[in-house]
Structure formats: C-alpha cells, structure tokens
Design a protein around this ligand. Structure first.
Ligand code: NAD
Length: 365
C-alpha cells in the first residue's frame, strides 16, 4: 500500500469523488456510471491502493476516446447454464460491468447455492476486492481469478528473463456476522503495475527484488517498465506465486473463453486494458449451514488474532484490516495524490472541457 509522499497534495474524499465523477460525466458517461467509477476509484485510494485509484482516470478517458472502453454499456449474460454463466462485458466500464456480473452471480448463488461466473471482455475492473466485498455484503463467500490482456506483457513467469503475462490478481472474501469481511486481494506479481507507475511518477526507486531489466538482471528502476528495452515485474512467492499467476490466466482466460494473455491478445501499443474474471460465489447456507459457518469463522479469526506478534509487529491482522485502517486515516486527513498524478488528472479534466475554475470549484484544490 502506498504512503503519502512529502510533495503530495491532500484532497478531501468527497471532493475527489466529485472531481472524478465530473470528468466521467463531461466525457459522456451517465450520472450513474460516473458515480460507480468514482465510488470504485476513490475507495481504492481510501484503502491505500493508489495504484488502482483516481490515477487510472487519464487511462480510462484515453480509452473511451479511442473506443477501447465503451461508455454506458451494460453486462449481458452470453451463456446461461443456471449455476454457470458467462457474462460479456462488451468492453464497457469495468466498474459497471463487474458490478452487474456480480449481481447476476449473487442471484444465481441464492438460487443454486453456488454460481460460477465467467466475466469476459470487460474494460479494467480495478481493485478486485471491490467485487468480493459486494458478494460478502450479500452474505456470499467468493473467490476471483483475473487475467489482463490487450496490452503488452508486464510480468516474467517464474525463472523467465522476459515478461509473458501480466499482474493477474487473485481475491477471496469471507463474510463475517455483523463485522467487516476477511478480504485477501492481491496481484500475483511482486507489485501491481500501478505501484510501478506511482514510483515512476514520483521519480523514486523501488525496493530490491521486484523488477528485472531487459537482460533479466535485478533492478530498482521503475523506468525499466516505461523505457525500451523493457524489463519485467517478477511474480511473488517464487515458483508458488509464479504458478498461481499462470493459473489466473488459465482460469480467467482459457476456462471462461475470454482468452489468455498471449501473442493472440497482446496489443503492442500498451493502452488497451481488458480484464476477464472467473468468480466462484458460494452461499454458506448451502454448505455447512449459516450458523455453523458464522460461528466457525469467528472462532478462527479470534484464534488467529490472538497469536503472539513477532517483535516489532504491533498486531496480527486479518487480510482486509490494513485497508480499513488506512481508510480511517484518509477519510480524516484527505487522500494523498502525488503532483504528477494530479497534473495528469487536471489535464484529463481539461481534455473533457472542464475549465480551470470548474476544476478548482469541484476538486477544492
Ligand atoms: P498488496 O500487496 O498491498 O496486498 C494486499 C492484500 O494483503 C490485502 O488483502 C491486504 O489486506 C493484505 N495485507 C497486507 N498487509 C497485511 C498484513 N500486515 N496482515 C494481513 N494482511 C495484510 O496488494 P497488491 O498486490 O499491490 O494489489 C493491489 C490491488 O491491485 C488489489 O486490489 C488488486 O485487486 C489490484 N489489481 C488489479 C488488477 C486488474 O487487472 N484489475 C491487476 C493487478 C492488481
């Protein structure tokens, strides 16, 4: 998760939301679509995942302009086998498409106890935890495997000296009775590409062990991902994480029919960003029964959280807790945005013909 840099500006979350939604609306999105996009991106910032926050807007607007992201489009069930559905996103805004795909899946899981959703051909669906949290609010356990194609490769397979896949995120959320869910949500690369973008924007080196250069040698320079000859991000967790990254492509790309990231789907200009996602949504009531499930989850969480922390670790946390702690801080103190990202956002706002007075009035900066 990103921390605030010394030159960052702090923007109030409600202003950031209004600014993001205003850009979307000025670009031609409906009020509802603009709200969903802003809800999603600002929440990612509040949770500390700036890589998937409002900094994505220039990319999104660039893609609506070229037709790579289709405004005001809705998800469609393309194949219907009851508890197994394929949802076609038609390149619509992922913030709309994934929400609708999860709504279909949740309804089916209520009916059948489980629904396997193959979401294909959606524009970027952002922070995957957002979709798992939607399922958790409906009382569902869900697990999500995601691949990305349309742009160049970013991540080296385990042992490879060149990129062949992308940052393929994996997410599982487990709802808790009367409490926030457990949400494990991460890229299977050492870091999400957006974090390399943020470091590159800030002109800061990355930690060792995350990147390799074009010759396959370790580097800390985020510029290796932006300047040819390109390097690659390493997968997390050696052969185990590297294996999980490949499974994401096989499940989200091959099993759903959406296509893996390969020479068939790569577009060298690097601006397209299509997500496919295999989601398995399970109603706990259909398994061991709701009461037993909720009781066992609380038992387990209590057991884990009561473990003795390592020296220097204040508290053992469940996945999802760091994001919620970050949110409290950012709700109070504002969302930190680095100057390069802010300049890109203002430029994007001007591009959709918001003038500087409107920008200042809406963003409050
Ligand atoms: P990350 O490395 O910050 O890991 C986040 C996960 O680890 C969270 O579940 C968090 O709660 C948990 N965690 C972190 N610290 C913890 C601690 N001390 N104790 C317990 N749990 C802890 O995440 P990332 O890999 O940088 O991914 C960031 C976001 O990028 C994710 O939301 C992911 O979905 C998104 N992403 C999306 C795409 C896409 O194509 N749409 C691609 C890649 C990543």
């Amino acid at each position: 998760m990103a921390d605030a840099g010394k030159n960052d500006i702090r923007v109030k979350p409600d202003r950031l939301h209004a600014f993001t939604a205003a850009i979307c609306r000025a670009d031609g999105s409906t009020t509802e679509e603009a709200k969903l996009v802003a809800d999603h991106l600002v929440l990612a910032n509040l949770y500390g995942h700036d890589s998937h926050g409002v900094g994505m807007m220039p990319h999104y607007i660039g893609n609506t302009t070229t037709g790579r992201c289709v405004r005001n489009h809705h998800a469609l069930i393309a194949r219907d086998n009851g508890a197994v559905i394929v949802v076609d996103g038609g390149r619509g805004y992922g913030q709309v498409i994934a929400k609708e795909a999860m709504e279909f899946g949740i309804d089916r899981a209520r009916e059948h106890g489980v629904c396997v959703v193959g979401l294909v051909n959606s524009h970027h669906i952002g922070r995957i935890g957002h979709w798992a949290e939607q399922c958790a609010r409906a009382g569902m356990v869900s697990t999500h495997w995601v691949n990305v194609h349309g742009h160049k490769s970013l991540v080296a397979p385990f042992g490879a000296a060149e990129a062949r896949i992308t940052t393929n995120p994996y997410c599982t959320a487990v709802p808790r009775k009367g409490r926030e869910p457990v949400v494990l949500d991460f890229a299977t690369s050492q870091v999400a590409m957006g974090k390399v973008r943020v470091a590159n924007n800030k002109g800061e080196p990355m930690e060792p062990g995350l990147l390799i250069d074009a010759q396959g040698r370790p580097t800390v320079d985020p510029g290796t991902m932006y300047n040819a000859p390109y390097g690659a991000i390493l997968p997390f967790g050696l052969h185990k994480g590297g294996g999980l990254a490949l499974i994401c492509d096989l499940l989200a790309g091959a099993l759903t029919g959406g296509g893996t990231h390969s020479q068939r789907t790569i577009k060298p200009d690097g601006t397209d960003i299509i997500n496919n996602m295999l989601s398995i949504i399970v109603d706990p009531a259909a398994m061991g029964g709701l009461d037993a499930f909720e009781d066992e989850v609380e038992n387990f969480v209590t057991w884990i959280k009561s473990s003795k922390p390592q020296p220097g670790v204040p508290e053992v946390l469940m996945p999802g807790e760091p994001e919620r702690a970050r949110r409290i801080d950012r709700e109070r103190n504002g969302v930190p945005i680095d100057p390069t990202t802010w300049a890109q956002l203002v430029e994007t706002a001007r591009k959709v013909r918001l003038n500087d007075t409107e920008i200042r009035d809406i963003a409050g900066v």
